[in-house]
Design a protein around this ligand. Structure first.
Ligand code: A3P
Length: 324
């Protein structure tokens, strides 16, 4: 369409001036350092537009994450929770039985990248959306503390242990870029140049916002969701202002949502076994559903790789009370 071209023209000078590099193993993919984060070149105009024009409503819920942190799972859980009165989890025609979870809610930068953000305005409240952008690119979502600006919305962030995220990223990328090695993936993570990285500033941006405004930002841990998915869903529901009633608890609605969104359940759906995430980049949808465990990194990383990631984590998260 003409619109992305217009966006490109507007941002061509900006993009040309940004530090950039071609991502190892991904020969056609350039990442640009935009406001301290490594963003796909094609998403820089979207990041700028999102920053300027995203108008959150108080009732909005934005699911945020770094890729390979449990996004798909949290998107499915949040959708099933928010939509449960219209689509009970047991319904045979539940959207999650027909669609990939990412088809159930809009992806913010995906819409902004193609100039389709007007679709967001047309959505009825309450809206549920997701993004991989750092919080700095969605400034209206959580007004700066002390700012007189009203507004903001609810943000649910999922954070995963970095070694597990890196191994998951490698498995995912090599579905399309088989020559990419784990060593190279560890390099880009530790150097901070992974897509949407640095991973530490991405995580810390949301972590600090959650500490400052816990009513605005819920910071979820993937490993905690694995340990107690039912309780994670309850806290998600409370946070978005839709706690489960005693009658729903008695009827097993929480369990129903957790089961519907379990890895085995989602993996088995036709919409998740076939097709691609984006016809331009051929990531098969089934690659989103791999192992879903906490410690698979142990089977892949050498002790040196693990030590290196741990060292970066110790260094970058020192002085915060966030531990892995
Ligand atoms: P692994 O590669 O370690 O298996 P994202 O959705 O952010 O891309 O994250 C993908 C990771 O989440 C993958 O991790 C994937 O297996 C895991 N995952 C996907 N769906 C899940 C679910 N329903 N429950 C638990 N983990 C899930």
């Amino acid at each position: 369409t003409a619109l992305p071209e217009r966006l490109w023209e507007e941002h061509a000078v900006l993009i040309a001036a940004l530090p950039s590099y071609t991502f190892v193993g991904m020969s056609n993919t350039k990442l640009c350092l935009y406001q301290g984060f490594w963003i796909y070149e094609g998403l820089v105009p979207a990041a700028a537009a999102l920053q300027r024009r995203f108008a959150p409503r108080q009732s909005d819920v934005v699911v945020a994450s770094l890729p390979k942190s449990g996004t798909t799972w949290l998107v499915a859980l949040a959708f099933a929770t928010a939509a449960r009165h219209v689509h009970p989890p047991s319904a045979a025609d539940h959207p999650l039985r027909r669609l990939n979870p990412h088809q159930c809610i809009p992806f913010l930068e995906g819409l902004f990248a193609v100039g389709h953000e007007g679709k967001l305005d047309a959505l009825p409240s309450p809206r549920l959306m997701n993004t991989h952008m750092p919080l700095a690119m969605v400034p209206g979502a959580v007004p700066a503390s002390g700012s007189a600006a009203a507004g903001g919305c609810k943000v649910v962030y999922v954070c995963r242990e970095p070694k597990a995220m890196v191994v998951s990223l490698w498995h995912y990328l090599r579905r399309v870029y088989p020559e990419l090695s784990l060593a190279e993936t560890v390099d880009i993570a530790c150097e901070g140049t992974m897509p949407y990285g640095t991973f530490w500033d991405h995580i810390l941006g949301y972590w600090r916002a959650a500490a400052a405004a816990p009513e605005s930002v819920l910071f979820q841990r993937y490993e905690e969701m694995l340990r107690d998915p039912d309780e994670s869903v309850r806290s998600l529901a409370r946070f978005v202002g839709m706690p489960f009633s005693a009658a729903e608890e008695a009827a097993g609605v929480v369990r129903g949502i957790v089961q519907l969104c379990s890895l085995d359940s989602l993996r088995g759906m036709e919409a998740n076994r076939t097709g691609y995430m984006d016809p331009r980049v051929m990531f098969p949808r089934e690659a989103l559903f791999r192992k879903g465990v906490a410690d698979d990194w142990r089977s892949h990383m050498t002790p040196e790789m693990a030590h290196r990631v741990d060292g970066v984590v110790a260094d970058k998260f020192r002085g915060t009370d966030l531990t892995f």
